[in-house]
Design a protein around this ligand. Structure first.
Ligand SMILES: CC(C)(COP(=O)(O)OP(=O)(O)OC[C@H]1O[C@@H](n2cnc3c(N)ncnc32)[C@H](O)[C@@H]1OP(=O)(O)O)[C@@H](O)C(=O)NCCC(=O)NCCS
Length: 192
């Protein structure tokens, strides 16, 4: 079971079908907060939609195609972060994330993304990790900036969120640029 210990009370673990109700309740309670930047929110209308998402995530993880992990604080899910898709030819991936509104401001997502980059580069042997954020999504942009990612450019008309079309900034870090995070207690344990 893949699991990262972030701090004494915060960790990341694979999403499980048993999480569907809790995950949906969290999304539902954070609908307004998340809908500004996350297009999936409008399509998540019931726990069944969250279960469909989790089933797809489990299958794609089993096939080594992507990874979605729950961020857990004191036993409760507070957000999700993971790889959208792993490109094994280029040895590259991109990271996506969201956190419940009330759990912002404590460095949780910075720790989660750091763990994912560490796992991508040191465990999976990937060469490049990308993060795309809305140009005006300052909180999201601050995460790759805090972790030493560099800007690679921008994509115009990159994403449709409701009726808005937004531009993205692309951040990336390569294996040669990544400094292994010594303070991180990341336990990447894979079992069949
Ligand atoms: C993007 C998102 C995850 C960022 O959340 P966040 O709380 O700002 O990010 P972090 O958990 O890394 O916390 C950083 C904040 O904690 C503070 N912090 C406290 N301790 C910290 C630590 N040890 N390390 C880093 N930051 C720390 C930082 O100063 C920062 O606060 P500030 O914004 O007031 O300066 C969140 O706003 C979100 O889910 N937004 C909606 C969905 C979304 O936009 N997803 C991304 C799409 S590209």
């Amino acid at each position: 079971m893949l699991r990262f210990e972030l701090t004494e009370d915060r960790s990341m673990r694979l999403l499980d079908p048993a999480d569907a109700d809790e995950l949906f309740a969290l999304i539902d309670a954070n609908r307004e907060h998340l809908a500004r930047w996350m297009p999936f929110v409008g399509q998540t209308r019931s726990a069944a939609d969250s279960l469909t998402f989790i089933h797809a995530a489990v299958r794609q993880h089993e096939e080594n195609r992507s990874l979605q992990m729950a961020i857990v604080q004191e036993g409760r899910i507070v957000g999700v972060a993971g790889f959208h898709r792993i490109d094994w030819t280029a040895r590259a991936t991109s990271i996506g994330y969201w956190l419940a509104e009330a759990h912002q401001g404590a460095g949780t997502m910075t720790l989660a993304v750091r763990a994912l980059v560490d796992y991508a580069i040191r465990v999976l042997g990937l060469h490049r990790v990308e993060i795309r954020a809305g140009v005006e999504n300052r909180r999201s942009r601050a995460i790759p900036e805090r972790l030493g990612f560099r800007e690679d450019g921008s994509v115009r008309g990159a994403e449709r969120i409701g009726s808005r079309v937004i531009d993205h900034v692309i951040y990336a870090i390569t294996d040669r640029e990544w400094t292994p995070s010594n303070g991180l207690r990341a336990h990447a344990e894979l079992t069949a």
